[in-house]
Ligand binder design. Structure first.
Ligand code: FMN
Length: 167
């Protein structure tokens, strides 16, 4: 069994989760950024991760998915600024999953967790015309500082182990 962990990460949060997942895989394995992937040929299973960038995956993530995941069973993971479990997150996570399934992937397992929000994103949200986005911005950077923390990284490790066991 050969496993790839591949991800997009702008500020390092999704990378941290990718590395935690990679560390738990007891099989032949590689870890690559989306940019480093030429093809998924030769991999029996792929963990794919990307951040929420404006309520859904970015165009870059969607393009990458469109080029690579058709017909693949994947272990999806993503990070976002919101705390897990808040209702506003549900449609964004649906959009994260839909981007993979629209590209032809089968989602075998899914993990998501909070990641620290950069000041640039907080500023963008505070200037938004949408009151929900402004409220989210007011919630601020401090509330996300240091995420994903050790407890979230630990959950990502458990997710990796559980996924590998289920395969
Ligand atoms: C351009 C941009 C837009 C973002 N939009 C959202 C958003 O809509 N909802 C959210 O919860 N987080 C949003 N975030 C926060 C990121 O999802 C979060 O910080 C994530 O952990 C970043 O992952 P990374 O460090 O791997 O890039 C956004 C971040 C960026 C850079």
């Amino acid at each position: 069994m050969k496993v790839l962990v591949t991800y997009r990460s702008v500020t390092g949060n999704t990378k941290k989760i990718a590395e935690a997942i990679y560390g738990e895989i007891e099989a032949e394995k590689d870890i690559k950024t989306f940019r480093e992937v030429e093809s998924l040929e030769g991999y029996d299973f792929v963990f794919v991760g990307y951040p929420v960038e404006g309520w859904s995956p970015s165009k870059v993530s969607k393009r990458w998915l469109g080029e690579h995941v058709n017909g693949r069973k994947i272990g999806l993971f993503c990070t976002h600024g919101s705390p897990e479990g808040v209702p506003t997150l549900t449609p964004w996570l649906d959009a994260m999953k839909a981007a993979a399934t629209d590209a032809g992937a089968e989602i075998f397992n899914f993990f998501n967790c909070q990641g620290e929000m950069s000041q640039r994103v907080v500023d963008m949200l505070l200037k938004s015309d949408d009151p929900n986005e402004r409220r989210f911005g007011e919630f601020g950077r401090e509330a996300t500082m240091g995420q994903p923390d050790e407890s979230r990284v630990q959950k990502a490790r458990e997710y990796a182990r559980e996924t590998m066991k289920k395969l």
